[in-house]
Write a protein that binds this ligand. Structure first.
Ligand code: GRG
Length: 298
């Protein structure tokens, strides 16, 4: 399989589903919904939904499994987009550019940006709960809600973001950086894989292998993000380059230098692929996604 074609097909699938599942821009909430649509449809690689679909396919013989997982994938993208909108706010990273376009608060103002994030976060759980039984059983939806809520909340992404902000301009042991990355970025990526695993009826041993896979690609994803911040341009990234240093944030390259950091990302990718050794060819997209995460350019 060709990973570029795979990614582009799945991205289209996810974006069509987002168009179907997200409330249209209509009265009386026109302005609010316009700001929600702006950030959701302005671009993005859709990595989390694609991981969810690929994990479901890796464990399921149901050829319609990806379609059944679309509401979950879209919910993950809503949560991810909310986190980016809030992360860009002046009270957080204060960024002007995201996904190659002005950030939500630059276009709609801070209050509207906060509310766009709030709306997306809440809508995500409506989407999962409301995916009918023809998609997933009530038991599966409940389990998926818990996996995603835990990963997105105070013991996951929100907690990681809090630690990240508290520790700006501070020296701290590497272990703290690991904890920040694991929660801020890794938790939602791992949850994306696990939500797909639950939807695809993974066995206990498949679930635990996919957990390891998710943790390693989550780590690789953030290490590569740290690397791209120092090696790419703002144009290539679609967001400000060198923002970590200007915000006084510690990163993998600031502890290990660029070459050693690259090795660490490669090691994480290798461990992710290794954790899929018991899986058949249906896991090929997951294997190639791990490589893609290492080689991505934005
Ligand atoms: C505000 C609660 C809250 C959390 C914010 C996601 C996040 C936590 C902060 C974003 C800061 C950042 C750049 C993290 C590095 C990894 C990351 C999440 C990058 C952006 O994700 P991509 O590359 O973005 O998947 P696209 O635009 O492709 O969806």
């Amino acid at each position: 399989m060709n990973i570029k074609t795979y990614l582009s097909e799945k991205k289209t699938l996810v974006e069509n589903a987002l168009g179907q599942f997200i409330p249209p821009v209509e009265e009386p909430f026109t302005n609010h919904l316009e700001s929600v649509h702006y950030s959701l449809f302005v671009g993005g690689k859709r990595v989390r939904p694609i991981l969810c679909l690929a994990a479901g396919r890796a464990v399921s013989d149901d050829s319609a499994i990806e379609e059944k997982l679309l509401p979950i994938g879209c919910a993950l993208e809503c949560i991810h987009t909310y986190s980016l909108i809030h992360d860009d706010l002046p009270a957080m990273d204060n960024d002007d550019l995201r996904r190659g376009k002005p950030t939500n608060h630059k276009v709609y103002g801070e209050a509207a940006a906060i509310l766009a994030g709030d709306g997306l976060l809440t809508w995500a759980f409506d989407l999962i709960a409301g995916a009918g039984d023809s998609y997933l059983s009530a038991q599966q939806r409940l389990q998926i809600i818990q996996i995603i809520a835990r990963a997105a909340g105070s013991l996951g992404m929100v907690g990681g973001q809090a630690l990240d902000i508290e520790n700006e301009n501070r020296q701290f042991p590497f272990e703290m950086l690991r904890t920040i990355h694991k929660n801020k970025t890794g938790a939602l990526i791992t949850a994306s894989v696990l939500a797909g695993a639950v939807g695809g009826n993974a066995t206990a041993s498949q679930f635990s292998a996919l957990k390891q896979y998710g943790e390693q690609i989550g780590l690789a994803f953030q290490i590569v993000d740290d690397l791209l911040d120092v090696t790419s341009t703002t144009e290539e990234l679609g967001k400000a380059a060198n923002s970590d240093a200007s915000l006084g944030k510690a990163t993998y390259p600031s502890y290990f230098g660029i070459d050693e950091t690259r090795k660490k990302a490669q090691e994480a990718v290798a461990l992710a692929i290794e954790s899929l050794k018991e899986f058949d060819q249906k896991a090929e997209p997951l294997r190639q996604l791990a490589d893609y995460i290492y080689s991505r350019s934005n």
